[in-house]
Design a binder for this molecule. Sequence first.
Ligand SMILES: [Zn+2]
Ligand SMILES: [Zn+2]
Length: 267
Amino acid sequence: MLFDTHCHLDDGSFPEGADAVLARARGAGVGAFACIGVGSLEHARGAVALAERCPDVVATAGIHPHDATSADPALEAELALLASHPRVVAVGEVGLDYHYDHSPRAVQQGVFARAIALARRVKKPLVIHTRSAPEDTLSILEAEGARDVGGIIHCFSEDRAFAERALALGFYISFSGILTFKNARSVHEVAAWAPEDRLLVETDSPYLAPVPLRGKKCEPAYVVHTLARLAELRGADRDRIAEATSDNAARIFRLALGAGGLEVAGP
Ligand SMILES: [Zn+2]
Ligand SMILES: [Zn+2]
């Protein structure tokens, strides 16, 4: 069984509806999904509604750094309510994106710090998006006490030094389709080296389809290719890495992997 720890399944990306996408993934052996609720309050509520309806789906809620300028006290209060929902297993994705700079950096930093405070309040882990901002991401996580809740560095694209500091904060490392790209050498190195009990896989659907499907619209079924590359880089058996990454996802999201789906185990 595979756990796609990060997918976006809104109607804008998948006009055929999330159910069809999920059915294809289940057919490929993917049995658990974390649906990321960012972009707007409607998107976050959509992710939560999907998680209420599907026993193998859980949700997150947060303000993506791209949207940091949309944050105001009213939105943050609504998200805080959603974050307390039992099917919401993490606050995120939140963080810093200095590559696109869609929101001013100081605004991104403030929203990020408040998201960490929210995660600590609701005692749930964080899902971190970081791009071209390694030092600020790590220093804000360290300064704001993210260690108390831990979390996931999603779509890992940094280097070993970054990974070491994230691991020291109790974070897990989630690999996306980037792991299958030939020139992602520092990511390969981390994948080969990181402790087995901190590894995760994700698709970041609809983005970043893995090789051999690169360039297509990504969907959760494709996580099998990322898993295969992770096992290959570690010289490990594929089934073993599948089991380890699913167990790790259940641990960080505080879930029990039951026959009836994903049961919230509580803090
Ligand atoms: Zn992201
Ligand atoms: Zn994402």
